[in-house]
Ligand binder design. Structure first.
Ligand SMILES: O=C(O)CCC(=O)C(=O)O
Length: 257
């Protein structure tokens, strides 16, 4: 299975509408090169652009949904379209969208762990409650978002639900880039699963982004890692590797708690 992670630069000078069109073009250009495309967290607005969340909030089936459904269909790929600021029932959520190659929504995930402590996303957004997995043709993927990466119990829950790979869109700050790489490898090793973690590039709302999107295999080896700027990472995933790793080193079977 060929996967492409598109590490988008989120530049406050680029209007959201233009970025949507540009990202849709980038997804379409993966036609024939990828089976699965992954985008970052909140790339339309910027994960730290808190003051724009309300203005850029959209219903689940809003402009990003429409543009990304069409891009998935045109590219003929499974698309994790990153996340949007979703407006629903008077609240905002950080919601990820996953589309099939027919452009059908096959999964949506509301971020469970909101970042910011007593500020920002943590107070502006409501918390998701449900774990989400999606069955791709050869691989069951579990979905998590950015700060979720720090909470291993969420990933164990996804493994219990059948996940063999984790798709993690993010808007991770450059200041904690070391944690990002370390935690991505840790989640892969402890769960014997692929980690596909796609971050943003650039600086928005005064927060320099780490970039450095990363793909880690079930043994913890880094298959590919981006630099700090906008970039597309292309990797080949082997679903058999998950089975083989779990059989040859069956640590998951020794869980007690
Ligand atoms: O945990 C971190 O260091 C970054 C998390 C974050 O930026 C987010 O969830 O938006």
């Amino acid at each position: 299975m060929r996967a492409s992670l598109i590490q988008i630069a989120v530049d406050p000078d680029e209007p959201v509408e233009d970025r949507r069109a540009r990202v849709a073009r980038l997804v379409r250009e993966e036609r024939g090169a990828a089976d699965l495309v992954v985008l970052p967290e909140l790339w339309p607005v910027g994960a730290f652009a808190y003051e724009s969340f309300a203005a850029e909030a959209e219903p689940l089936k809003g402009p990003t949904y429409g543009t990304m459904a069409a891009a998935a269909r045109d590219a003929g790929v499974w698309l994790h379209a990153g996340s949007i600021v979703e407006a629903a029932g008077g609240a905002l959520y950080n919601t990820s969208l996953v589309f099939s190659p027919d452009g059908e929504l096959v999964g949506s995930y509301r971020k469970i762990h909101r970042f910011g402590f007593d500020k920002g996303e943590a107070v502006l957004m409501a918390r998701g409650e449900d774990l989400v997995t999606v069955d791709l043709p050869q691989l069951t993927v579990g979905v998590a978002t950015c700060y979720d990466l720090r909470f291993p119990e969420l990933f164990r829950g996804l493994v219990d639900a059948g996940a063999q790979a984790f798709l993690l869109p993010a808007g991770w700050p450059a200041r904690r880039r070391g944690h990002w790489t370390l935690l991505a490898q840790a989640r892969a090793v402890e769960n014997q699963a692929y980690v596909l973690a796609c971050g943003t590039a650039g600086t928005h709302a005064g927060v320099e982004q780490a970039g450095h999107s990363i793909v880690v295999d079930p043994w913890g080896e880094v298959l590919a890692e981006a630099g700090p700027d906008e970039e597309i990472l292309r990797v080949v995933l082997d679903p058999e590797k998950v089975t083989a790793t779990r059989e040859q080193f069956p640590a998951l079977k020794d869980r007690v708690l």
